[in-house]
Ligand binder design. Structure first.
Ligand SMILES: Cc1cc2nc3c(=O)[nH]c(=O)nc-3n(C[C@H](O)[C@H](O)[C@H](O)COP(=O)(O)OP(=O)(O)OC[C@H]3O[C@@H](n4cnc5c(N)ncnc54)[C@H](O)[C@@H]3O)c2cc1C
Length: 445
């Protein structure tokens, strides 16, 4: 059976696909694969743009390992620790947490991914004080090449923990993941179109002064849609009566960005026109950027963080040092204007604090993420090549699940703990049972 990812740019023909229904079945599946001489890859929701989950060996789908195992209090900090099956989807996790008055501290743009897939590629959201999902992991269980289930935590098999909480599944198959949750909260969301130059002028304040700031820049224009989200107590409306009034409505009409810019039929139409009539793209982008109007609302955090993406696209995203982001965007703008490249998708810019996860794209430095997208029916190679040259010249680190051409030589220069990661992976899986061509390329297995 052919497996294809969400973006339809990666497919694979696994020797067999299995869907274990318990940890024991997962262990057995790994043992059987090894006995039959196959390699093994776990797959989540297939939302990576790279062949991270692709294999010609045994592909393990963990959709049935999606149970809530435990909710407990950390005895030292009192924080909520939630242990779930690694195949649980983020939308399930968000619902389960909400039912218990809890939430993830931060989330990315969508909630379709599995917990294991999301952490394994360094999935992140935005916010100068709120790191990616892997920073919230407090413990894991990993099924190794012998089929044994091993627990890893910061104080228990520390190196395996670090290499497994963000490591493309190269140490083994994650069976459970324990994340630290926070009390449920709402977000007061302000979405406003701004001139790009004003965003640049006020960038430091925007990033530092908002809990979650990001913006979408429309290529061939100097305009951006800014998104500022402020954390407020659950159920307590911040700001105006309008915000309060929209609280109820948001479930039905979702965010402006979601419905009117990135995922709706209109945006699909814009992209189809841009594909047929490339010369129309700058005008379409200018209209999109100008047509946006301000909007404010308050809603539970996961409803604001996560939107639906129904228009299919390809994506490359690099983490660059926070201080480099304006230069990077100006170079992208100059290249697009010089070439007239047809880019109907906005460029997404997000922020994260320095963290200490060995292979986190924000490891050790305050970070800005710059994501270039292209409609799936349009050619992307020239655009992404040019963007990647600009990103790498700025010392960029590619998102582990999004398109890039980097290899272990480049990445070793980007991550101070790269060799530590390689040692931990080698110790966990000396025969490379959990390797595939992508992990061979990026980790030099
Ligand atoms: C529309 C869209 C929006 C996105 N938005 C964001 C965003 O806002 N922020 C961001 O950072 N990223 C984003 N991404 C990227 C996405 O979060 C990552 O690619 C993520 O890995 C996808 O999760 P998945 O469950 O689909 O994993 P898959 O793509 O299926 O797998 C990813 C990796 O995890 C491994 N893996 C999966 N399950 C296990 C397991 N049980 N044990 C060990 N390894 C495992 C796989 O082998 C593979 O290496 C987006 C992608 C799309 C398509």
């Amino acid at each position: 059976m052919i497996w294809t990812n969400w973006a339809r740019n990666v497919s694979a023909e696994p020797a067999r696909q299995e869907q274990p229904a318990s940890e024991e079945e997962l262990s057995d599946a790994v043992r059987r694969a090894v006995k039959d001489g196959h390699t093994v890859r776990a797959v989540g929701a297939g939302h990576s743009f790279m062949p991270a989950a692709a294999t010609d060996g045994v592909q393990l789908n963990l959709d049935h390992l999606d149970a809530l195992h435990r909710v407990e209090r950390d005895p030292d900090t009192g924080h909520a620790l939630v242990t779930v099956g690694a195949g649980m989807r983020l939308h399930q996790l968000n619902r389960i947490l909400a039912e218990r008055g809890l939430a993830m501290q931060n989330l990315g743009d969508i909630d379709r991914q599995s917990v294991a897939g999301a952490i394994s590629t360094g999935t992140h959201g935005t916010g100068a004080r709120f790191g990616g999902l892997a920073t919230r992991v407090r413990a894991l269980t990993v099924v190794g090449p012998d089929g044994d289930v091993v627990r890893a935590a910061p104080t228990e098999r520390h190196d395996l923990f670090e290499a497994s909480r963000l490591g493309l599944g190269a140490t083994g198959v994650l069976s459970t993941v324990t994340v630290e949750a926070v009390p449920a909260f709402d977000l007061y969301a302000v979405e406003e179109p701004w001139p790009l130059d004003r965003v640049f002028e006020e960038l430091d304040d925007l990033v530092a002064g908002n809990d979650h700031f990001e913006f979408y820049w429309f290529p061939a224009t100097r305009r951006a849609l800014t998104l500022r989200n402020t954390r407020v107590d659950a159920g307590v409306s911040a700001g105006s009566g309008l915000a309060h009034g929209m609280r109820k409505a948001v479930g039905a009409c979702r965010s402006f960005l979601d419905e009117e810019v990135l995922s709706n039929a209109l945006f699909g139409t814009v992209n189809r026109i841009a594909t047929l009539v490339p010369a129309a793209t700058p005008t379409l982008n200018a209209i999109s950027a100008r047509a946006l109007s301000a909007r404010r609302y308050t809603a539970p955090s996961h409803h604001v963080f996560c939107t639906h993406r129904r228009v299919r696209f390809r994506e490359m995203e690099y983490a660059v040092p926070r201080a480099a982001v304006v230069g990077v965007l100006n170079q992208l703008d100059a290249w697009q204007r010089a070439t007239g490249e047809n880019v109907p998708f906005p460029v997404e810019v997000r922020f994260a604090p320095a963290d200490d996860v060995w292979l986190s794209t924000a490891y050790g430095r305050d970070t800005a993420y710059v994501a270039v997208h292209q409609y799936w029916r349009l050619p992307y190679a020239r655009y992404f090549d040019a963007a990647e040259q600009i990103f790498t010249a700025a010392g960029g680190r590619p998102h582990w699940g999004k398109m890039h051409t980097r290899d272990a030589d480049y990445l070793a220069g980007q991550y101070r703990r790269f060799e530590d990661f390689r040692r931990a992976r080698e110790a966990a899986d000396p025969q490379g049972v959990f390797a595939n061509p992508y992990t061979e390329r990026v980790f030099a297995i």
